[in-house]
Design a protein around this ligand. Structure first.
Ligand SMILES: [Zn+2]
Length: 198
């Protein structure tokens, strides 16, 4: 059976629940589009994704097939089981209204991954204060060994996908990122498929 595909329109986001063993397929239909992903234990929304623990336990900044997303309290949340991109970011937080003002001098409202995660996750009882780290799927952040970082265009092309398996019951938030710099200057959709556990 072909799994149902749902589309996240440009500069928006969504929330969903996964059972243990479900697969979440994140697809970049048009190329060069980032999707911010965050996840929380369904039994305790304060135990969500930790970028620090994920970097520590995987001993890498370049997460790909076989790497695990870890929670603040060191539970396995998701495992990357397939990945046709290989370049994602786990360092940076989701783009926010404050980020656009601080880094880019943006005046007034600008759509952001943080706002879209807050809105998408609210129906599932996740509060803004619970949202911290994201895996920024397809985001291309170059890290100079001397320290500086640079946000470069994603390496994803039309149809590039990353597949993650839920290790426990989860609430998950996913966006089609709203930041100009992260997406090579244009905003595109992100497609999702959920393949139920066998
Ligand atoms: Zn974003």
């Amino acid at each position: 059976m072909t799994p149902m595909r749902r589309r996240i329109p440009p500069q928006s986001g969504t929330g969903l629940k996964l059972a243990a063993g479900d697969l979440l397929v994140i697809i970049d239909p048009d190329g060069e589009q980032v999707a911010d992903l965050t996840c929380f234990s369904d039994d305790d929304h304060t135990d969500g994704l930790s970028s620090g623990r994920t970097i520590d336990y995987n001993e890498t900044l370049r997460l790909t097939t076989g790497n695990v997303l870890w929670s603040r309290r060191s539970r396995r949340l998701m495992t990357i089981v397939d990945d046709t991109c290989g370049v994602h970011d786990i360092l940076l937080t989701p783009c926010s209204l404050e980020m656009f003002a601080i880094l880019h001098g943006q005046q007034g409202h600008h759509p952001s991954c943080l706002e879209n995660l807050v809105v998408g996750l609210r129906p599932f009882g996740v509060e803004e204060r619970d949202i911290a780290a994201t895996l920024n799927v397809f985001m291309n952040v170059a890290v100079d060994p001397a320290g500086p970082i640079a946000v470069l265009p994603p390496l994803s092309t039309p149809g590039t996908r990353t597949v993650l398996r839920a290790e426990i019951a989860l609430v998950v938030g996913v966006t089609a990122c709203s930041a100009e710099q992260s997406n090579n200057g244009s905003f595109k959709p992100i497609d999702l498929e959920v393949i139920p556990a066998q």
